[in-house]
Design a protein around this ligand. Sequence first.
Ligand SMILES: Nc1nc2c(c(=O)[nH]1)N[C@H]1C(S)=C(S)[C@@H](COP(=O)(O)OP(=O)(O)OC[C@H]3O[C@@H](n4cnc5c(=O)[nH]c(N)nc54)[C@H](O)[C@@H]3O)O[C@H]1N2
Ligand SMILES: Nc1nc2c(c(=O)[nH]1)N[C@H]1C(S)=C(S)[C@@H](COP(=O)(O)OP(=O)(O)OC[C@H]3O[C@@H](n4cnc5c(=O)[nH]c(N)nc54)[C@H](O)[C@@H]3O)O[C@H]1N2
Ligand code: SF4
Ligand SMILES: [Mo]
Length: 669
Amino acid sequence: MNRETTQIFQHVCPRNCPSSCTMFSYVKNNQIKHITGDSAHPYTNGKLCQKGFSYIEQNDHPDRLKYPYYQKVKGSGKFQRITWEKAYELITNELLNINNQYKTFLPLALYKGTGNVGIHHHVIDKFFSSLNETTRIIATTTLLKQSHPFDNMLTNDFRDPTMIVNASAIVIWGANPAVSNIHLIPFIIKAKMKGTKIVVIDPLFTKTAQLADLFIQLRPDTDSKLVHIILKRLIETKKYDDAFIKQYTSGFDSLAHMLEERDTGHAAKQCDIPAEALEQLLALLLDAKTVAYIVGTGIQKHAAGAKHMRAIETLAVVRGDIGKKSGGLFFPYRDSTLFTNPKANNDNRLIYQDELSYTSLKEQFPIEMLWISCGNPLLQEIHPDAFKKFMTTVPFIVTVDRFMTPTAQMSNLVLPTTSHFEEIDIIVNHWHQRMALNQAAVAPYFESKSEWTIMTELSAMLKEQTSITLDFPIYRSEEDYLNAQFNDQVLARYGVKNLSDLKGDSTTAPYSGNQGPGLKPGQYSFALPKEARHEQDSLPVQMEEPAKNYPFWLITPHHPYALNSQFHYLNLSDENEAFVGINPTVAATLGIFDGEIMRVYNEQDAIEIKAVHSQRVPNDIVMIYQGWYPYSYMTINHLISESTLVSGESESPYQRCAFYDTFVNVEKL
Ligand SMILES: Nc1nc2c(c(=O)[nH]1)N[C@H]1C(S)=C(S)[C@@H](COP(=O)(O)OP(=O)(O)OC[C@H]3O[C@@H](n4cnc5c(=O)[nH]c(N)nc54)[C@H](O)[C@@H]3O)O[C@H]1N2
Ligand SMILES: Nc1nc2c(c(=O)[nH]1)N[C@H]1C(S)=C(S)[C@@H](COP(=O)(O)OP(=O)(O)OC[C@H]3O[C@@H](n4cnc5c(=O)[nH]c(N)nc54)[C@H](O)[C@@H]3O)O[C@H]1N2
Ligand code: SF4
Ligand SMILES: [Mo]
């Protein structure tokens, strides 16, 4: 190998993952030869996951889109390769038609998913904003993580990952970091070695649960009931942090009064936790000096998720864990407004994706054109059939992706885009809170273009050839564009003015604001603000329960070797084939053998899928990893029900994310 011609570039994995690993590519003759992690990174310590190490394979995968494609009839599969000029012309004509007919761009809709979380990819939002009012379809999952129902969850952050090592106990609650946040695990093990007790609270015996000193296997959606049991005991035994409560909170007496009336015996039955395990948990939480709570998104994927989140927060406050150096709540936090234009358009029409199935859009402006970027709603959304039906009503759909996904197949125009090895970007992490630069190392794959290039070329054409007014700024290069995104807020929080500040010897810039939540005296109110009352306690948000016809919960957690709908086709493991995990005793009763194809069904759909007998799964749950199974020809999410609570009446975003409030029945074929 001629080392002189090998160049090294810095990249950041742009997937929606808590690690945002920094990695280096070794490039020779415009080809990536090798990838390594960045051993100077304080959170990832140079380790990548299998997906990270398989990026060369993904980048040059034969299925990657090489050219723009067009099909007149959506779903016909009769795609024709076209030129970029032709693609821009088709889009321009559609935009002109909308402009002429409606004198507003409300019939133009954007669906943006989480496939790439880089700042570069905000460019599509900027383009839409430059046309003034448009329609934004809000992806269900953008509601997770980015907001808290009360906007002020007392979330700490993981800038200094070593701090939890000194906690007396770490409670991992509705999260499976051994799969979904792998770089956290060494810190958990370190803590365990120092004597920290590890508790995992999950209905499934996960890979993370294997690390636990105490595993609490509760029924799904009963977390707030469990918290009530703990709180009642804390108060009865006066083990709460009285000084902290007096200084920082209000309304403690009414909380205590509410709990006095609680029948915790009944709650314990509903949670279905073995009595001995519950007593061990109570003993631990009554006496532990400092507790760190790592809260995952598993809890939120229930209609009552906001209630559970609030309950866990209350527990951390009552115990006085908030604000302690090694304790408190750790929950992913993305400051999504940091790089966005403060003048973002307020006249946009916002439609939640679940509303597409019952809102009569014709009443206002029909949707004439839909643009999909970084999203795969026909696999990842709740009830994708409803989304597909909606897609058939839209005359013109553009999807920008790197692969011919099921969503792309239902589009008219499919535009190939660059990977993070082929474009410049900035990634702001939502867990360890570091910002880092992603460099372009190799030329775009065949005719793919970066999303900045696509929006810039399209804007230039619209400006030159049409009367459409848009204020999308044209920069000379991606680098100039990204440099223009920096603002005073970014400078204040990260000390970074422009890209060159990110190119120095430090590969990442940590957020420099206050560490953790600072509470002002009296600030935390145990009573909720009036507008959020409906969330509290047992008021309207009802807990979902399996019914007779559909007696099993269907839990569809995140896949160890995939990232949502990405990477499945790489066959990174023998778990790549779709399967349903079923408790062996239940399977035996139904006569279903291990490895046999069985049926899983509900009112929405039915799938035939391989059974895997698994002791990890209790007898009232069946488990299928979510994502794309291109070689198994099935989409799991057709089974995921729209919550009955959402139909236009939902006030909490969490009610719309009830992926895990899905009930099914199973049978032998
Ligand atoms: N059943 C079930 N469903 C779930 C979940 C669950 O737990 N259970 N989890 C939900 C959660 S938390 C999430 S975040 C969503 C994720 O679902 P999505 O938001 O759809 O995210 P991905 O599947 O990661 O990626 C979507 C698409 O983006 C494309 N993409 C990648 N990089 C780029 C890029 O640079 N530009 C463009 N234009 N496209 C790109 C990918 O190829 C992929 O086709 O899934 C949700 N769906
Ligand atoms: N390998 C890999 N890593 C990923 C992803 C991926 O797809 N693959 N996706 C990334 C993304 S976008 C996200 S949002 C995160 C998600 O990662 P996590 O936050 O870990 O989320 P989930 O896998 O949805 O669920 C975590 C756990 O919650 C449990 N759970 C379900 N219902 C309940 C309940 O009612 N109570 C309790 N206590 N637990 C419950 C599930 O059994 C599961 O073990 O992972 C990120 N990292
Ligand atoms: S998917 Fe996550 S763990 Fe894997 S390389 Fe990307 S950021 Fe790192
Ligand atoms: Mo997510």
